[in-house]
Write a protein that binds this ligand. Structure first.
Ligand SMILES: *Cc1c(COP(=O)(O)O)cnc(C)c1O
Length: 377
């Protein structure tokens, strides 16, 4: 039996009746762009997240871009973010015309080091984009008090962290905007692309609704340059079904993560990432560090593949070292924690339908890699 990184067909089998009903409802009522399905889903996400407004858009990347624009970020501004994330984080900053300014990550959680942000603030700094990496919230207390003191906008990248909380408060409810992705492998996966922005600010919500729909408040009357970036009704209907299952899925992911951590804590050579007190991780991805050089991590990955176990590397090259940012003239050494993490991280299969037997199959396969046996065996 092979074990994939995630198994969406298994999830569909479990929810088939509910999802088929939702899809047929949309097919029968004939509204496919925005409409009541999207409104109902937005209302449900806003309630779940504990915010006043939610605006569905075409992807997580668009959520970030539209949120930054709605916050007034653009040409000449600097926006602070992590060098250790998916490209969409810095790409959306650059797309507004602003410059991404990277701040290194914490070596244990791999989230942006909020204590180090202050030193990167300049007179041009306009905002911060923290990423709740793998599903663990950043230190939002430190980050929000810095942002307040310097009058900076905060756009949270919650693409991997829907449902995660920092001291009981949902991610996406701290900053000016929270950005979510419904890419199929995320916490809440659509059957295609989708995204959403949360906010407590009515003006920002209004700007987002205008931006996603060609800059028009009233159809065919355009106030600003906008986008075609809307959430499909079909996706919204499916996502509203799935949102009801999110809390139980998070519990299952946490149980799997706990079993992984229990096994890896007893294994030399595999380091479990740190958990911040107060941060309730949702484990969109389960990532460990493999001590040593990248070659060792890569040969473990090949060993697991031989055992029918999929793995992934999020991410093999930090953002500051990407060709696209050559003009920023960063060297690998500028952000040593991000550089080392990119050599050592390995993400293992995790999804709510994964059985604890399958988790044991993964940990046993890791233990059978040269030098990794359980301590004491
Ligand atoms: C997936 C992801 C995005 C982008 O989401 P899409 O829906 O794929 O556009 C942005 N940031 C992070 C951290 C992500 O993991």
């Amino acid at each position: 039996m092979t074990i994939p990184m995630t198994d969406l067909t298994e999830q569909y089998r479990a929810l088939k009746l509910e999802i088929d009903e939702a899809v047929h409802r949309v097919l029968s009522n004939g509204t496919f762009i925005l409409g009541d399905e999207v409104k109902s889903f937005e209302t449900a996400v806003a309630a779940y997240t504990g915010v006043a407004h939610a605006v569905g858009v075409a992807s997580g990347t668009d959520a970030l871009l539209l949120a930054l624009l709605a916050c007034g970020i653009g040409e000449g501004d600097e926006v602070i973010t992590t060098p250790f994330s998916f490209i969409a984080t810095s790409e959306s900053i650059a797309r507004t015309g602003a410059t991404p300014v990277f701040v290194d990550i914490e070596p244990d959680t791999l989230n942006i080091d909020c204590q180090a942000i202050a030193a990167a603030i300049t007179p041009r700094t306009k905002g911060i984009v923290p990423v709740h990496l793998y599903g663990q919230p950043c230190d939002m207390k430190t980050l929000m008090s810095l942002a307040k003191a310097h009058n900076l906008r905060v756009v949270e990248d919650c693409a991997q962290a829907q449902g995660a909380t920092w001291h009981e408060q949902q991610v996406g409810s701290f900053g000016d905007c929270g950005c979510f992705s419904f890419f199929p492998s995320k916490m809440l996966g659509a059957y295609g692309d989708g995204g959403l922005v949360t906010t407590n600010n009515a003006d920002i919500a209004e700007r987002l609704r205008v931006l996603r729909n060609h800059g028009a408040k009233t159809k065919y009357y355009h106030d600003t340059n906008g986008f075609n970036s809307r959430l499909d009704s079909l996706q919204a209907a499916v996502l509203r079904v799935k949102l009801q299952h999110l809390p139980e899925w998070i519990d299952k992911r946490r149980a799997i993560a706990a079993q992984y951590a229990e096994a890896f804590d007893r294994m030399d050579g595999v380091d479990v990432l740190g958990l911040r007190p107060g941060a309730d991780h949702v484990f969109n991805y389960y990532t460990v560090r493999i001590e040593g050089a990248a070659a060792r991590r890569d040969s473990l990955s090949a060993h697991l593949k031989d055992h029918g176990i999929a793995t992934a590397i999020y991410y093999p090259k930090p953002l500051h070292a990407q060709e696209v940012y050559a003009a920023l003239s960063h060297g690998m050494k500028d952000f040593p924690n991000a550089a080392l993490a990119s050599q050592q991280v390995l993400s293992l299969p995790i999804y709510p339908e994964m059985t604890l037997d399958q988790v044991a199959q993964v940990t046993d396969a890791v233990a059978s890699f040269k030098g990794f046996k359980y301590i004491g065996e």
